[in-house]
Design a protein around this ligand. Structure first.
Ligand code: ITT
Length: 198
């Protein structure tokens, strides 16, 4: 089965492909189909934004579309940046500037607890929707470590592995990450959904 990913984020595509291809699911970016759907992420939750993205691309392509809305929630910041993680500090910042800003804002803060959340939504042309969500607890490191991944990976420390996301190999990240957990739940629900249609 082929799913169109409602995203421009190549890193998300790679993480999704690595997990879903093992289930026989092909994921292609909307851009590969010549689509560039502008979606205003106006929701106040990851679930609302994932639905907005997946529905818009499903309607435009006429194909089943999947979206991930995700972000980093920091306890000492009352859950911020949360759904604003991609825009934290302003649209003009790059990933490195964004995590440096976070480190600066948390300077002197001893409560470093945080978690990542990923909400996955898949919309089908017949109106059916499958949802899944995963979280990963961690802490915000005092300095960046590692070069892998994207976004806040160098500053998100996973205590049980004693490494940041950016220090993990892709398959290690997938085994513990918010997106890995959400995609595992999604793959299971999709299997059940497809089996029920036979
Ligand atoms: P699309 O909306 O086009 O899919 P996006 O990057 O804008 O791409 P989101 O709106 O879901 O995606 O924002 C999620 C942001 O949260 C992302 O840009 C990163 O800054 C951060 N993020 C999410 N998952 C992450 C991960 O696994 N590692 C590091 N940062 C992550």
């Amino acid at each position: 089965m082929k799913l169109v990913l409602a995203s421009r984020n190549q890193h998300k595509l790679r993480e999704m492909q690595a997990i879903l291809s093992a289930q026989g699911i092909e994921v292609v970016l909307e851009g590969e189909l010549g689509l560039c759907v502008e979606v205003e992420e106006t929701g106040s939750t990851f679930a609302e934004n994932a639905l907005l993205k997946a529905r818009a691309v499903m309607e435009k392509s006429g194909l089943p579309a999947i979206a991930d809305d995700s972000g980093l929630c920091v306890d000492a910041l009352n859950g911020a940046p949360g759904v604003y993680s991609a825009r934290y500090g302003g649209e003009e910042l790059d990933d490195v500037q964004r995590y440096r800003l976070l480190l600066e804002v948390l300077r002197g803060q001893t409560n470093r607890a945080a978690h990542f959340t990923s909400h996955i939504t898949c919309c089908f042309p017949n109106g059916d929707v499958i949802d899944a969500e995963g979280t990963c607890p961690g802490t915000i490191a005092f300095a960046p470590q590692g070069t892998g991944g994207f976004g806040y990976d160098p500053v998100f420390f996973v205590p049980k592995l004693r490494k940041t996301y950016a220090q993990l190999a892709p398959e290690e990240k997938a085994a513990v990450s918010h997106r890995g957990k959400a995609l595992a739940e999604f793959a299971e629900k999709l299997r059940e959904y497809l089996a029920a249609q036979r």
